[in-house]
Write a protein that binds this ligand. Sequence first.
Ligand code: PLP
Length: 381
Amino acid sequence: MTVPRIDPFHAIGISTIAHRMAAEGHDIIHMEFGQPSTGAPRAAIATAHRVLDSDAMGYWESMPLKTRIARHYHDSYGVTIQPDQVILTCGASPALVLALGSCFAPGARVALARPGYVAYRNALRALHLEPVEIACGPAERYQLTSAAVAALDPAPDGLIVASPANPTGTILPAEEMQAIVQVCRARGIRIISDEIYHGLSYIAPARSILQDDPDALVVNSFSKYFSMAGWRLGWLVVPPSLIEAARARVGNLFLTPPSLSQHAGLVAFDCRDELEGHVRTYRHNRDLMLDRLPAMGLDRIAPPDGAFYIYADIGHLTDDSLAFCTQLLADTGIATAPGLDFDPVDGHRFMRFSFAVSTDRVEDALARMAPWFDAAHARRS
Ligand SMILES: Cc1ncc(COP(=O)(O)O)c(C=O)c1O
């Protein structure tokens, strides 16, 4: 068995240049990562300050946090899970590794949407699993369909579902999600659902896969809605039959997330007013961008239902999205992510903007980009 090849995350390269430019005195607008520019909720930070002085910070798995997360499934989705089904992790990233490692043997085939979050493909490869990419275009709003899953031959062993999705922010309609669950059940396909963007929704709240499939595994995190990316805290929900397998793996591979973050995360669950304020900002940013990007020639966009991204087709301007984003950064100070990160086949003609920044920064970015895109169009015509 050969060592699998893992692709780099090109947005990290863009970000490195952006930080170098900032150190040289340029005013940079960071739209390359899906990273809230707001910090953790104030009450969560206050709790962290307090426990720093009183807690020994040993290895720890917070039962109150696991119980609170289980209650969240009841309150938000009407789903009953036991606290033991919740495995605390250092974010969604290890939760995904844990989910894949607990379900699949090396060589197993796991399907996923293309475009999709860069780490899905690469985490699968790193674990000696085989990614089976399903091309999802604008007609399906870049989302999976039950028909596409049913058409896979042979049936894969697993399927990664993401709703809202990265890089598009699109949400699977309830009936399509239910249809996907039915196809997977009939074909023996295990579902792993990445629900990291739940809470960030501009239409009806996203549905949890657990409402339709109690055997699915759910990945989630404090990095997005809770605005706590650097606290490295997340969770995995596993069905009762996989608790032992997942717990054995987390104990050997990762141990526990930071106890400081667990204390703060518990408090963050009850900071809804502050967090909903961030969602209002994102909604406003989304509307601003959807209003103004078409005038810049960026009109081939599936409007995001959730998350904080806009994935735009720039095929009329370039066939090298990495060079395009690098030039945009050099000329305007706006850092974005090339589509190549999300789609190795068609991503050379897409780019992704994250609008998880303040509205002032979005206004500023739009003002800087308008003449730049005019010039880019002029060069192509
Ligand atoms: C879809 C998706 N899943 C998982 C992650 C990883 O998040 P975490 O910070 O919780 O590891 C990200 C990060 O951007 C993401 O976009």
